[in-house]
Design a protein around this ligand. Structure first.
Ligand SMILES: Nc1ncnc2c1ncn2[C@@H]1O[C@H](COP(=O)(O)OP(=O)(O)OP(=O)(O)O)[C@@H](O)[C@H]1O
Ligand SMILES: [Mg+2]
Length: 360
């Protein structure tokens, strides 16, 4: 959870400083006032990247050389200071003055999730987003997931490089055993994480959509077959394409809604509710594992939702008990709890309308 935040020269935010409530914060302002930029900056401090997929030159304020973000974060019984500086020379990350942990140290100190108007892509888009979703849960639930994931990525890169170099069957073959072992580790870690999240996934599905959701992990190769055999048989094709066609890097999460495949849901509002249910469930699962409240960024939650759906989303958010920073065009976002901290933003400048209550 973040208590103090400062953004300098990040998009339209020249010098924005914010003392946040540990409960609910609402940022409101007109179009192009800087609401999403503020959430993007907050998320950058916990992820070392933009949730809008923006590159560094787009994030640095026009005419400036770098942006700087700073945050004071409560993490268990400790207060930690997080700093990020990004210029064309590259990203610099510090947690309590220490730069060794890199982006992973940011993610550990400030775990966060985002629900924004693009959230429906988690359901409607390609498998990569669903893998990232599952890996995010796993990073927080499974102690060794980051290590397993990094080792697998390295093995995949090496095998692909060998394929492209046409290193010969014997060399590629020699990579297979390690690739299979690391695939198994990653696969099992993801399965355990999905299991840990299933109850929350069903509950938030029922809360938001009033129906039963189904989640099936597709591991990235034929589940009836051993990966060793699949690699063996696919070698010619892997060589032709210069990359490994089967493995956990091809995994997906099959989501069903009323027993139909959720990707075929036509209504954008329903896609948003389903994706939001997934994000809330992931947040709850990580909160339980980490035993502390997480940060949830809600960018324009009212977009695409009718009054009743928005009500259900906001009620589910409030049950979660996490720290929330939400944005809205005006100060009357339905579901905003009494006592919420309130900030107005205009041309990238923030005004406190209702300060966070003492110690909250
Ligand atoms: N690198 C940059 N330097 C300066 N200004 C920028 C930069 N990148 C974006 N902006 C400007 O920041 C402003 C705020 O954008 P932002 O997306 O935060 O608005 P918003 O309040 O979320 O609007 P909306 O209600 O339409 O979603 C825009 O006018 C945009 O042109
Ligand atoms: Mg916006």
């Amino acid at each position: 959870m973040i208590r103090l935040f400062r953004a300098t020269n990040f998009r339209c935010l020249e010098n924005a400083e914010l003392a946040l409530s540990s409960k609910f914060n609402l940022i409101y302002g007109a179009n192009a006032s800087g609401k999403t930029s503020l959430l993007e900056a907050l998320a950058y401090l916990g992820r070392g990247k933009s949730f809008r997929g923006a590159s560094t030159p787009n994030l640095i304020q026009h005419g400036k050389d770098e942006f700087v973000l700073f945050g004071q974060v409560d993490s268990l019984a400790r207060t930690r200071s997080l700093g990020v500086r990004n210029s064309r020379a590259g990203l610099e990350v510090r947690v309590d003055g220490n730069s060794e942990g890199g982006v992973a140290a940011l993610a550990e100190a400030l775990p966060l999730q985002v629900i924004d108007p693009e959230v429906h892509n988690l359901v409607a888009g390609g498998p990569e987003q669903r893998r990232r979703f599952l890996d995010w849960v796993a990073f927080h639930v499974e102690q060794d997931h980051l290590l397993a994931w990094r080792r697998f990525r390295r093995a995949l890169k090496q095998r692909n490089a060998a394929l492209r170099a046409r290193s010969g069957h014997a060399t590629i073959h020699s990579w297979n055993a390690e690739f299979v072992a690391l695939s198994a580790e990653l696969d099992e870690s993801r399965r355990r994480s999905l299991d840990a999240a299933l109850e929350s996934l069903s509950e938030f599905g029922r809360d938001l959509l009033g129906t039963e959701l189904g989640f099936d992990y597709l591991q990235g190769w034929n589940k009836e077959r051993r990966l060793t055999d699949v690699l063996e048989e696919g070698l010619e094709r892997d060589l032709q394409l210069g990359s490994t066609q089967h493995g956990p890097h091809r995994a997906d999460l099959k989501i069903s809604y009323d027993e139909k495949q959720a990707r075929k849901l036509v209504s954008r509002g329903q896609q948003k509710l389903l994706a939001s249910a997934m994000i809330l469930a992931a947040t709850e699962t990580a909160q339980t594992a980490l035993e502390r409240p997480l940060l949830l960024l809600l960018d324009d939650p009212a977009a695409e939702l009718d009054g009743e759906s928005l009500g259900r989303l906001m009620a589910a958010v409030s049950r979660l008990g996490c720290q929330v920073v939400a944005t809205s065009l005006d100060s009357g976002l339905p579901g905003t709890p009494a006592g919420a901290a309130l900030f107005h933003v205009e041309h990238g400048a923030l005004t406190v309308i209702q300060a966070p209550e003492n110690g909250r």
